[in-house]
Ligand binder design. Sequence first.
Ligand SMILES: Cc1cc2nc3c(=O)[nH]c(=O)nc-3n(C[C@H](O)[C@H](O)[C@H](O)COP(=O)(O)O)c2cc1C
Length: 330
Amino acid sequence: MNFWQELKSNLDHPIFSLAPMEDVTDTVFRRVITKCGRPDVFFTEFTNCDGVQSIGQAKVIERLRYKKIEKPIVAQVWGKTVKNYYETAKLIADLGFDGIDINMGCPVKNVVKSGSCSALINNTKLAKEIIEATKAGVNGKIPVSVKTRIGFSKIQTEEWIGFLLKDCNVEYLTVHARTVSELTKVPCHFDEFGKISKLRNKINKNALIFGNGDILSYEQGLDVCKKYNIDGVMIGRGIFQNPWIFNKNIVDPKYITPKDRIDLLKYHVKLFEKEWSKIKDVSVLKKYFKMYISGFPNASDYRIKLMEAKSYEELNFAIKNLEKEIIHLR
Ligand SMILES: Cc1cc2nc3c(=O)[nH]c(=O)nc-3n(C[C@H](O)[C@H](O)[C@H](O)COP(=O)(O)O)c2cc1C
């Protein structure tokens, strides 16, 4: 049994995953989330196969750092050269990842222009070759999954998802319920999950389908899985609103105290400095401040103070001051 099958048969609830998010869901963030309430599976940020197989490998491969506590963890890859998928898949299996996921959904202009990611929706021949090469690379050691959208410029669920399930024999599939052209500008077409689930039942009953897009609570995730008969959900931006989103015992994040939030921020900064200070600038942390410093009086003023920090030392100092100021809120 691979880890997806194990999760499916051992869990008493649908499978919840944290979405891959470029420059957000690195090893440090994933470990921070394990403190709040972990998802059933983590994904890495997307990693370019062509970069991994280039002379720049040492730099690109930093994205694949992970610690045991993050397992089960799936490495997500993208790129355009079939041979590089094969080689990278071999490497990812050797690095001890539990699975490999192929990005066929990213709508970023330059990426699409290069013929990768969501551009593969319009190039089914290459999409199939990439899936086959990745499967050959892992050689049965770990499962191969795909993350995609419901179409390119229009909804093509039957055609595209049907192709992945039938012609490419994809057994683990995450679908963001929007087309590529829609980016995240319109509400998700959740009804498409129902169509996908029916397609799955027709083509391969054992395939697992995960829904993605606009899931903002654990409860909502459960409802979506039940309503559309899918096996799990992947949550992305919802984690910014509530880092405890995967913790089924904390139904309302308003019960999280300011102290809990600041303690988590301190932990994040400490781990980040330890892991990345030689590689990443402290400013990378700015995108997380709202996640921790919100929901209490003057939170936006406190965030501005953190934003002004230009070094780890200044940031730690600003956090200490913030702790003193919010002591009465504990
Ligand atoms: C900052 C950011 C970075 C992202 N990076 C990736 C990525 O590396 N790979 C990927 O498949 N999707 C990526 N996505 C898309 C998310 O995984 C997810 O599909 C999308 O945000 C919709 O889900 P949500 O509404 O739960 O956020 C990214 C999204 C955001 C907001």
